[in-house]
Design a protein around this ligand. Structure first.
Ligand code: NAP
Length: 242
């Protein structure tokens, strides 16, 4: 039977690396993204080179109707094809100190991470439960564990995602489904491009930012059958930062 992994925000950065790694692990990949069509098509071409299928599924994860409709349509058109792995990776940051933060920055960041998790996971859960197997991996951040100044919105969103991870893990563990969060530190992607690398590196014991591929290897393990006894955890990957 063919098996699929759905990765949100898979057109760039960590999501792209996760999509390619899971394809190398033997999964066909459903690539979600919001607007970067060309980048998503390039990821699809790389997946096909690995001998796997790639399906483009653009929608804004924060838009409940769009997410439910895209995911439900795919599930109803592919009744015999399980989505075994879901990686809720799409996320944004809109940093500002709290005193200067506007409501849009607060809500957008929280809606993308937290509503995004609900909007994509909820329609997939029932089928995973019927299958009695599944792997859900939520991309959190050390920001949600340690709190980072200038990121009250982002820290709140990622901390909430970790709470949701732990609660859902308990609900679905009897059905053979694991739910874990991965909490990266500073990783080299577009999201961290404009940060002051030289200053930040001084705070990282490993002396460097991490790579998307390093995060993807952790996700790959959590997505594997071998990780069946790990659930409800927030696993950090941060070069010793936290
Ligand atoms: P990135 O390079 O900015 O890529 C973000 C990806 O998410 C893109 O594919 C983007 O697609 C997609 N995306 C953004 N908003 C979306 C939405 N509303 N609906 C659907 N897709 C959306 O980010 P990244 O650094 O790879 O981060 C990936 C995840 O890791 C995020 O959740 C982030 O919070 C988390 N994280 C990153 C770091 C880091 O240091 N980079 C550290 C800790 C945690 P489009 O291009 O189409 O918009």
């Amino acid at each position: 039977m063919e098996k699929y992994a759905l990765v949100t925000g898979a057109s760039r950065g960590i999501g792209r690396a996760v999509a390619l790694r899971l394809a190398a692990d033997g999964y066909n990949i459903i690539i979600n993204y919001r607007s970067g069509q060309q980048a998503a098509e390039a990821v699809a071409a790389e997946i096909e080179k690995l001998g796997r299928k790639a399906v483009l599924m653009p929608f804004d994860v924060a838009d409940g109707e769009a997410a439910t409709s895209a995911v439900s349509q795919w599930l109803s058109e592919n009744k015999e094809t399980p989505i075994e792995v879901l990686v809720n990776n799409a996320g944004i940051r809109m940093d500002s100190v709290m005193a200067m933060m506007d409501a849009v920055s607060w809500h957008k960041v929280i809606n993308t991470t937290l509503d995004g998790f609900f909007n994509v996971t909820q329609p997939i859960l029932k089928k995973m439960q019927r299958l009695r197997y599944g792997r859900i991996i939520n991309m959190a951040s050390v920001s949600g564990l340690m709190g980072i100044a200038g990121q009250t919105n982002y820290s709140a969103a990622k901390a909430a995602l970790i709470g949701a991870t732990k609660a859902l893990a308990k609900e679905v563990a009897p059905r053979g489904i694991t739910v874990n969060a991965v909490a990266p530190g500073f990783i080299e992607t577009d999201m961290t491009e404009e940060l002051d690398h030289d200053e930040l590196v001084k705070t990282i014991p490993a002396g460097r930012f991490g790579t998307p591929d390093e995060v993807a290897h952790l996700v790959s393990f959590l997505a594997s059958p071998n990780a069946g006894y790990i659930t409800g955890q927030a696993i950090t990957i941060n070069g010793g930062l936290y």
